[in-house]
Write a protein that binds this ligand. Structure first.
Ligand code: PGA
Length: 251
C-alpha cells in the first residue's frame, strides 16, 4: 500500500479537461479541504503539471501523468519520457488506460514497454486493465484480464512499486459503476494472479469506472479494493474530497 497512513488510495484522473485557471482553483480547493494526504494523487494534463507541482509544493499529496513514452529519450516527437516526468516531480503515471488502448490503439506490448520505462525511472505506474462489454457478455473476462496482466507486466520483476487499476471499459464515464459483487470477483482474480507471481506481493489493486461521492464508500469498503481511480468526479472538488475522505476511513 502507498502512503504512510495506510488509508486506501485515491487517484484523480482529469483526462484532457480544464484550463490553467480552472485547474488552479480545483487543486487549491482539494488541498485546502484534504490537507496532508499522501494516499491521494492528482493526474492533470501534462501542460498543467507545473501548476499542480507549484500548489502541492508544501503538501504530501502526490501527482502524476496520464501517459508516458515507451522510450526514455531521443527521436520521439510529441512524447514525454518517464525521466522527464520525474524531473517535473511526478511520483506516479497511469499506463494503459482504456482510452489509450481503444482510442489510440495501444496494445499490451507497447504498454509493457511503457511500464518498464516507468519502473526504470522509479515512477510508480498504475497499470489499467479491464474488459469491454462484449468481452464480458462473451464470458472472456478472465482471459482478457490475465492477458493484459501477463503481457503488460512481462518486463517487471516482482514484487515492484506498481499499482493495478481494474477499470471495466463499460463502466468508465457511463455513470454505471460495476456492482460490488463484480468488483470483488475481479479484484480477487487480480490479487490471486499477482500472488502467484510473488508470495509477498503487496501490490494495490484500485477500482475505476463511474466512482462518485455516492458509491465510493460501498466500493472502498470491499476488502479486496485498495483504492479508486476517479475520472469525472475528480473534476469537482467537493465530490473528489468526499471520495478521498471516505478512502481515509478505510484501511
Ligand atoms: P470515470 O473515469 O470515473 O469518469 O468513469 C474513470 C477513468 O477513466 O479512469
Amino acid at each position: 500500500m502507498i502512503g504512510n497512513n495506510k488509508a486506501k488510495f485515491v487517484a484523480g484522473n482529469w483526462k484532457m479537461n480544464g484550463d490553467a485557471a480552472q485547474l488552479r482553483t480545483l487543486t487549491s480547493e482539494i488541498v485546502a479541504d484534504l490537507g496532508e494526504c499522501n494516499n491521494v494523487a492528482l493526474f492533470p494534463p501534462n501542460t498543467y503539471l507545473w501548476l499542480v507541482r507549484e500548489i502541492l509544493r508544501e503538501s504530501t499529496m502526490g501527482y502524476g501523468a496520464q501517459n508516458v513514452a515507451r522510450a526514455d529519450n531521443g527521436a520521439h516527437t510529441g512524447e514525454i519520457s518517464a525521466s522527464m516526468l520525474v524531473d517535473m516531480g511526478c511520483r506516479y503515471v497511469i499506463v494503459g488506460h482504456s482510452e489509450r488502448r481503444h482510442t489510440y490503439g495501444e496494445d499490451d506490448t507497447l504498454i509493457a514497454a511503457k511500464m518498464q520505462c516507468a519502473i526504470l525511472s522509479h515512477l510508480c505506474p498504475i497499470l489499467c486493465v479491464g474488459e469491454t462489454k462484449t468481452q464480458r457478455e462473451n464470458g472472456d473476462i478472465f482471459e482478457v484480464i490475465t492477458q493484459q496482466l501477463t503481457v503488460g507486466l512481462a518486463h517487471i520483476p516482482f514484487p515492484q512499486h506498481i499499482m493495478i487499476a481494474y477499470e471495466p471499459v463499460w463502466a468508465i464515464g457511463s455513470g454505471k459503476a460495476a456492482t460490488p459483487k463484480q468488483i470483488m470477483q475481479m479484484h480477487e482474480v487480480i490479487h490471486k494472479w499477482l500472488a502467484q507471481q510473488a508470495n509477498e506481493c503487496k501490490i494495490a489493486v484500485l477500482y475505476g469506472g463511474s466512482v462518485n461521492a455516492d458509491n465510493a464508500d460501498a466500493i472502498l469498503s470491499i476488502p479486496q479494493v485498495d483504492g479508486v481511480l476517479v475520472g469525472g468526479s475528480s473534476l469537482k472538488s467537493s465530490e473528489f474530497v468526499a471520495i478521498a475522505k471516505s478512502a481515509c476511513a478505510h484501511y
